[in-house]
Design a protein around this ligand. Sequence first.
Ligand code: 13P
Length: 252
Amino acid sequence: MRKNIVAGNWKMNKTLPESVSLVKEIISLLNKENSLQAEVIVAPTYVSLYEVNKLLKGSKIKLSAQNSASEHSGAYTGEISAEMIKAVGCDYVILGHSERRAYYGERDAILTRKVEFALKNELEVIFCIGERLLEREKGEHFKVVEGQLKNTVFNLSENEFSNIIIAYEPIWAIGTGVTASSEQAQEMHAFIRKLITENYNTDVADNTTILYGGSCKPSNAVELFKNPDVDGGLIGGAALKAEDFVAIIKSF
Ligand code: 13P
């Protein structure tokens, strides 16, 4: 179901005690709000998930992991399975983040397996796509994004795809302070929705949540979120400060 979402991807930041403090701060700030126009998700590191989940009980905030394995279980030293993530209290998992693609060589085939295991374990997947600066400069951004979808989540059945949230994160905007303009974000989000219509149908496209990520902060969130095809944000740096994260949530 399409919904407004603001999700905080904490990446490799915050120790366990720091994660506990941050989530307590977020909860206390959100408790002062009468109603929220967006679902709120936090994605701490694996080692903080258990404690953060305990703190989130009774709050409106949902829990996400930042990654999960491409295998079910067994001799895969250092990996964490989708089943484990579900059992620790996550409803979501982020897959396909450009940092995973760039630094850990995660390609479409691996991502397809990761998505498969996540869905089998009843996790909703925040699936990240986005082009590099050079690709945008060459005018290849639409083609790149189309390929990233066609080779992975577009092979899912309509029913399976209903558990996919798309996060458009242009790589040149991640952690750089350079945000896609409101027009660039809307243009790409509308294009993604058109591709979903072509691959499935209008109903599926209308029901898909498409988030924007990349230097989203309190000063630009209103402008980005007011676009008809931008359903919220996947927030990196600004999600590490409770006041900024909550200000972004209140931008709806
Ligand atoms: P920044 O908000 O720090 O640019 O990061 C965006 C991101 O990669 C979220 O997944």
